[in-house]
Design a protein around this ligand. Sequence first.
Ligand SMILES: Nc1ncnc2c1ncn2[C@@H]1O[C@H](COP(=O)(O)OP(=O)(O)OP(=O)(O)O)[C@@H](O)[C@H]1O
Length: 347
Amino acid sequence: MNELRVSGLVKAYGPEARVLDGLDLDVPGGALAAVLGPSGCGKTTLLRVIAGFLKADAGTVTVAGRLLGGPGVHLPPERRRIGIVPQEGALFPHLSVARNIAFGLTGLDRAAKRARVAEMLDLVGLPGYGDRMPHELSGGQQQRVALARALAPQPHLVLLDEPFSALDSGLRGAVRAEVRAVLRQSGATGLLVTHDQQEALSTADVVAVLREGRVAQCATPEELYHRPSDPWLASFVGDAVLVPGTAEKGVATTALGRIPLAVVPAGRREGLVLLRPEQLQLAQPGGPDAEGVVTDVRFFGHDALIAVSVDGLERPVDIRTPTPLSVTPGQRVGVRLTGEATLHPGA
Ligand SMILES: Nc1ncnc2c1ncn2[C@@H]1O[C@H](COP(=O)(O)OP(=O)(O)OP(=O)(O)O)[C@@H](O)[C@H]1O
């Protein structure tokens, strides 16, 4: 299988700038992994080292069991069997769609090349587009051609560097879904670099979050969202409600109420209890629930975030609620908890 294994990768641009600091990452063959992280955390550097454009100072890169880079080994990019889908402007503007796709096809005769180009155009849903020039395509079509070009030489791994950032938001979701489907069909492993957490969660099979030159957590989107390893990850991936609490016998007690814990710590522990805003519900005041005053309402169309200053808590908490809205700022409300939380001891 086409699994990607990155082990102990170190890359510094100078004595002060160690961008990758012993990074480990394993992606199963055929899976699409997203690399997510704050700006400047080293996402592009990681991609460039894997592609072979940059040499690592230490560590190894292996794809489909082949050592591509490591001590004394540095295969050039064209020998790595890695396809690349760069950001916007990826296509050669003076070449037709067919010649763009055929660009990396070496060692095939003309008929075989033509057949492969046609196969790729079918795969990305653009049959008959071979004679068009890139400027005659929409942004979404251009990204599909870029994907076809990357997949044409049958790579083991495809690197996608923020490939959707130039598309408007309406188109982005559809193109993402298509790209994911095409990658699955091709069998290639994918590595998608993005700083858009919604994109990472909705598109990838696994998400690796980079922090300080290493992978802070690599997990399925659901696991990352519901079981982040620490409060920083919780706040970086999605909206987080973090409140002090005490855990005992699998239940956390907080100013918001009591809530079962997904992972039960031994004995009695104190720490930060993580909830997501959709786990908080508005309730009638004067009942058994925690209470507070609505301080702010942010409307998003399908739902809204209601900030509530809860008695006993320093800062307001966010509650995600369906619309139409039933509350206004200044109103006193009850707050009820649902689901399970995680406790981050000593945080
Ligand atoms: N050629 C270079 N020489 C010196 N420093 C560099 C070079 N390329 C990148 N850096 C630095 O390395 C760090 C990581 O850069 P990189 O482009 O890998 O981050 P990134 O996570 O892709 O960022 P972004 O999300 O903003 O694109 C940054 O601090 C950047 O300034």
